[in-house]
Design a protein around this ligand. Structure first.
Ligand SMILES: Cc1cc2nc3c(=O)[nH]c(=O)nc-3n(C[C@H](O)[C@H](O)[C@H](O)COP(=O)(O)OP(=O)(O)OC[C@H]3O[C@@H](n4cnc5c(N)ncnc54)[C@H](O)[C@@H]3O)c2cc1C
Length: 459
């Protein structure tokens, strides 16, 4: 299928932020064209569909999406309820994708492989702004297609690009084999993949909420399936900070995760290995042998399975022929990167941001959603919804609306206003300084910095 018209905006990825972008485009009378590599919307969320998120529904539904849905007899979920990834897909994203103003414009099984200005390589400057974007995608059967668009919003997330085990950001020797006994992200160890983990000796590597989630799920198996053993490896021994938040966290579910992990460590159910640096991995008969430095000493661990939950990074290969500017460290747009850089902001304070901060040297091209945060693990859906509201306003030529950026996010108790130091260079999770009021508040560019809260797995 080839799309002839450039009179529409391409959106890559039908996750929560891509679909919100489509809703904002529709609201402004612009036709979206959504590409989704999966067979359904929310493909990434379905991969961690068993995980209950820590932000309640009130933060998880975009305003323009809500107003489309409200015209369809959709029943809005309880604003205080905490959905799983699967709930978000079933009760929000799927009804939204079925909306008559969106459904005709979504292509499933459509993986975008590269984007260029039609007929121009990256080097060519002449008439660049006049050429439409040419988005090339494949349909899974090996067929390549091309669609034209007047602007491109890349909301393709980071889920497909998990970070490896190596402390230097590279796979450790042996890891590249992609052996079946090593998994990335948050496998459903309790239900769908239970048979792989029950009664097994499992090493979890990583220091974010994803790793905590997996470790706590595995502890359920320890109770239910005799012989299950869990070790949790952290690169740095900064547990208090990692498990911080607790009762102070305005997203109680997130604080509760940290508290539950701490209890498990204190009473010996969860064995903590820290500081832990994996050096090499071998797949010996029926076991995974991990060679590491543990607390400064060489160690060899034989386990049945390894789960690597060390965060994610953006896939920038498809953007190679566009003039894209990315921060060299975070791989986020350069104006956004300093606002979310975990080396600088242990609290991750960030002003509300939109089209201006997300712009690239290639006019009409934007990276939004979790991909816009590059390697920073602090992205929240609510942030993405405000990004796309602003970006779509800019694309529509409504510069005033694009520049008036607002965000309402919960405060978090995991905040420390202390910048990272040499001893503690890697903040595990982010929030803002303790708020003046207990309640979440709206901010705009003209007001004080916005808070961000972290959710993803950090290395
Ligand atoms: C376990 C976990 C818990 C989280 N909990 C929260 C929470 O409580 N609150 C919160 O606000 N945030 C949370 N987040 C963070 C974040 O909000 C989610 O990751 C969210 O899904 C990001 O939305 P997105 O639309 O940017 O990306 P995604 O949801 O990753 O969607 C991207 C979509 O693009 C598609 N895609 C990728 N590449 C291509 C391509 N080349 N061509 C076509 N399609 C493509 C994917 O299949 C996917 O459907 C959590 C994240 C994780 C992993």
């Amino acid at each position: 299928m080839s799309a002839p018209s450039a009179d529409r905006v391409a959106v890559i990825g039908a996750g929560p932020v891509g679909l919100a972008a489509a809703a904002h485009l529709v609201e402004r009378g612009i036709t979206p064209l959504l590409f989704e590599r999966g067979a359904s919307v929310g493909t990434a969320l379905l991969s961690w569909g068993h995980v209950r998120v820590f932000s309640p529904w009130q933060y998880n539904i975009d305003r323009a999406a809500r107003s489309l849905l409200e015209g369809t007899g959709w029943s809005s979920p309880d604003p205080k309820g905490l959905p799983t990834g699967k709930d978000i897909v079933r009760h929000y994203l799927e009804p939204l994708a079925r909306h008559p103003k969106i459904a005709p414009h979504v292509l499933f099984g459509a993986t975008v492989i590269d984007i260029a200005r039609r007929g121009l390589d990256k080097v060519t400057s002449t008439d660049r702004h006049k050429a439409p974007f040419a988005v090339r995608w494949h349909d899974g059967s090996g067929q390549e297609h091309e669609a034209l668009a007047s602007a491109v919003i890349d909301a393709s997330g980071t889920w497909t690009q998990p970070n490896p085990m190596g402390i230097d950001g590279r796979p450790v020797p042996g890891e590249r084999t992609g052996h079946a006994r090593i998994a990335y992200g948050i496998p459903d160890v309790v239900a769908a993949e239970r048979s792989l983990y029950a009664g097994k000796h499992v090493l979890v590597v990583g220091a974010g909420h994803s790793a905590i989630n997996v470790a706590l799920d595995l502890l359920r198996l320890v109770k239910e399936a005799p012989g299950t053993q869990v070790m949790w490896a952290l690169r740095r021994n900064r547990l208090e900070r990692l498990l911080g938040g607790g009762l102070n966290d305005e997203l109680p579910e997130r604080g509760a995760l940290g508290l539950a992990a701490k209890r498990a460590i204190d009473d010996g159910r969860l064995k903590l290995l820290a500081p832990f640096v994996a050096e090499r991995i071998e797949f010996v008969p029926v076991k995974v042998r991990v060679h590491a430095q543990l607390d400064g000493h060489a160690a060899t661990l034989d386990v049945d399975r390894v789960i690597v939950a060390t965060g994610f990074r953006p896939d920038v290969a498809m953007l190679r022929e566009l003039r894209v500017a990315l921060d060299p460290a975070l791989e986020a747009p350069p104006a956004l990167a300093p606002l979310i850089d975990p080396n600088v902001h242990s609290c991750g304070t960030v002003p509300p941001h939109g089209a201006a901060e997300l712009a690239h040297p290639e006019p009409g091209f934007y990276i939004v959603g979790s991909k816009s945060y590059g390697r920073a693990p602090t992205f929240l859906m609510a942030t993405g919804y405000e990004q796309v509201r602003s970006v779509v306003a800019e694309i529509a030529g409504d510069h005033a609306a694009a520049n008036e950026v607002h965000l309402v996010l919960p405060h978090t108790g995991v905040c420390s206003a202390t910048p990272a130091t040499a001893d503690a260079p890697e903040p595990a999770c982010c929030g803002t300084p303790a708020p003046a009021t207990a309640a979440a508040e709206a901010t705009s560019k003209t007001k004080t910095p916005e808070r961000v809260a972290c959710c993803g797995a950090a290395a």
